[in-house]
Structures are given as C-alpha cells and as structure tokens.
Design a protein around this ligand. Structure first.
Ligand code: MN
Length: 407
C-alpha cells in the first residue's frame, strides 16, 4: 500500500469517495479520501495519467467531473484503487500528491441546484403522526402509496463543520391564541442520508426504477435541521417552510453507489402492493449503520441514537421514479434527502422530537445535563458506515455547532 490506512478507517481502499478540498497553497480542487489523507486529483492529473479533460478536477465543485459520466468517474476510482496497492505505480515517489485531512479544509462537494426531502421512514412518519395528529391512525392514507416529499431549499445547504445561529421565527405558544416572534425553543436535528444525482433526464421524460441507479452518483450524510415550534405553526396546509430552510449540513465526501454495492440488502416488505411504476427488482436498500452524538459546549459527547439506512420503507430507485414520473427533470448535483431515519427501538429514533417524545422524556447527557431539544453550544454529529466481511465503507461525519440566536 502506498499510504497507510488505519484498520477502522471510514476511508478504506474499498471506499475512495470524492470531495472538494483546499489547503495551504492549494485552491479548492477535487480529491479522494484515503485513510487519513487526501489524494489530490488535480495534482495527479498533471502526471498525465487520465484520458479526459482534467480541467474539471481543478474546479471548486465536482459537477463538471460528475457530468463526464460513470464510465469515467468509476474508472478514476478503480484506477486509484489499483495504484494505491501497487508500489511501482504513479502514486509511488510522489508525496506531493497527498495532503493530510488535518491540514485540509473541506468544501461543499457539489453546487446543489435543487433539493428535495422525502419522508420515507415508516417508523418516523408513524411517530410524528402519533404526536401531531392521531395515535390510532398515525400514517396518512397516502403514505404507503407515494414516497411523500417536498421541495426544500438548496441555498442554505452547507458542509460539515459550518457553525450556525439558532433560527428565529413565528410560533404559537401552548395555550396562546396569538403568535409570538423569537428564537426557536425547539431546535432539532434530523438524521438523514442524501443521494446526489449524476445524470440528468430531459424535461418531460421519466426515470424508471430499473434505470434509477444510473442517475445516482453517490451518497452523503444529511442533517436536515428543523425548528419544531416554527414547523408546528406554519406547516398547515402547504408543509414545511422556514422551519427547515435556515440551514442543512452534509458530510463532505460523496461515497459512490459502486462503493456501497457490497452492502445491498432487501428493504421492508411493502404492503399494500405499490402501483406498477413504483415496483422494483432486486435488493435496493443498503445496510449502513448510523448514529448521532451530542456534545454540550466544552463537554464530552453522548451518543443519543443508533439507526440504519436499511430501515427505509421507500428506496432511492422508487424515490427517483416517483420524482420524475410526471416529467420533472433531475439535474447533476441535485440532493435528495431520505427523510429522518428512525428504527423500531426508542433509541433508534432519528430526531430529538421522537427521542424525547415531544419533550416528555428528556435525555440525560454524559455531563448530567438534560435535553428535550438542542441547546446553544451543542455540537451535533452524524456518523455512518457500512461494514461486512472485513470491508468498511464510511461517510465520516456531518457535524455542526449551534450558536445562540443573533440579537
Ligand atoms: Mn427532513
């Protein structure tokens, strides 16, 4: 191996995700995470090893690289995989090709044109339905027929590590008949994963479930921050608005679908049977362990949730088929969120709303403090990895610190 990769690294030889990084003397550019290092693809291109226009590797987003198509992006990944294991390859004797992740700064990996957020975890939709509507009929009648979603906002999606201020907005306090304005009192995280599209379809055409994966470049962790008190007051009748668009964080490395191939698994059985355009062949879920930690300001982190992407009722192929069935076009670099990923167990719920059950069951942190929602100074970190037969493919983290509301 050209570079030492620690045993439990998320960025093993089986992963090799793409991202955009900068460091002293290197403007933002494309790289591949390898253990604790980054392989500088723009610098590697200077050694004339690639047979495509490598100017795309010097851009500050991956969009133009992804636009070359999987034929090329997959070859870059598999070539690098071989070269890393060959002590006589082009990667040998060229230390300038590698930067340590510690000395690099990560950027948003793609310019995101459109962002859609689904609502595809049955456990999450059921929990929210129980709390906000009817404990007996928690799932709305459409839920098992449609991968429900809404169009979110792309401009406020930022990369892991970007701090933000608690949002302010309008809420209706319990028992009040007039709304008030101020900082959200119920700031929450949402444990999600997102996929990034790598191939467009023309406006007016549709993508079927058999071809959906050709349109998916890869996946990231996504924290779809939510202000529950603002949400509760504003969401009727058109759905989420300012409670969701103040900020969302994604992990910096895009893990390709190819790297996730060994971790395919069957999803939950869908009953009743879905309409023909949503039917699919084969195993379309992925076994990806997920967790969320909360670290109060200056204190140790407490893991508050352990979930798994495989719990998703609707898979990504169905989401994309549904999204385009009316002729809506997807574009390169769009982000599609899974929706909050909750499991069946109370410690697998993917939001504070569910974990602390609307504030009725506060969580105790390692430092003794209690949480119903997220406090100022808290750092919330999402992590995810797939592991099987000695292969580990991880996502790193999507982490962010909450600062007090601006005056
Ligand atoms: Mn969401």
């Amino acid at each position: 191996m050209i570079i030492d990769i620690p045993e439990q690294s998320d960025f093993s030889i089986h992963n090799l995700p793409f991202g955009i990084f900068s460091s002293q003397g290197r403007a933002p550019r494309a790289g591949i995470a390898v253990g604790e290092h980054i392989l500088d693809l723009a610098a590697l291109a200077e050694l004339d090893v690639f047979a495509f226009n490598t100017a795309v590797l010097e851009k500050d987003t991956l969009n133009d690289f992804i636009a070359l198509g999987k034929e090329i992006t997959t070859k870059v990944r598999t070539d690098v995989q071989q070269w890393l294991q060959d002590n006589n390859s082009v990667l040998a004797g060229n230390p300038q090709l590698f930067v340590t992740q510690k000395e690099a700064r990560m950027h948003l990996p793609v310019s995101i044109g459109d962002y859609t957020d689904f609502y595809s975890s049955m456990e999450h939709a059921t929990n929210v339905g129980k709390m906000f509507r009817d404990p007996e009929n928690a799932l709305l009648p459409n839920w098992k027929h449609i991968p429900v979603g809404y169009h979110g906002r792309a401009s406020s999606i930022v990369v892991s590590g970007t701090p933000f201020h608690r949002p302010k907005g309008q809420t209706l306090p319990n028992g009040a008949d007039q709304p008030v304005f101020g900082p959200s009192q119920r700031l929450d995280f949402e444990l999600e994963m997102g996929f990034i599209t790598g191939k467009a379809n023309p406006l007016g055409s549709s993508i079927d479930t058999d071809h959906a994966e050709e349109h998916i470049f890869g996946m990231v962790l996504l924290n779809d921050w939510s202000a529950r008190d603002i949400q509760k007051w504003e969401y009727v009748p058109l759905g989420p608005f300012l409670a969701k668009n103040f900020v969302s964080h994604i992990s910096p490395w895009i893990v390709t679908l190819e790297a996730l191939e060994p971790f395919r698994t069957q999803g939950p059985e869908q009953d009743p049977e879905v309409l023909p355009y949503l039917r699919y062949q084969g195993a379309r879920n992925y076994d990806i362990a997920l967790e969320v930690g909360i670290a109060p300001d200056g204190a140790a982190e407490t893991t508050v949730c352990r979930s798994n992407f495989k719990f998703m009722y609707w898979n990504m192929a169905q989401q994309l088929a549904h999204h385009s069935v009316n002729g809506c076009n997807v574009q390169i670099g769009d982000l599609y969120g899974s929706g909050t990923i909750s499991g069946k167990e109370a410690d697998s719920y993917g939001s504070m709303l569910e974990l602390a059950w609307m504030g009725t069951k506060p969580l105790t942190m390692a430092d003794g403090s209690q949480r119903k929602f997220i406090a100022d100074g808290d750092t919330v970190t999402l992590r995810g990895f797939a592991q099987k037969e000695g292969k580990r493919v991880g996502f790193g983290e999507a982490s962010a610190k909450v600062l007090p509301a601006q005056p």
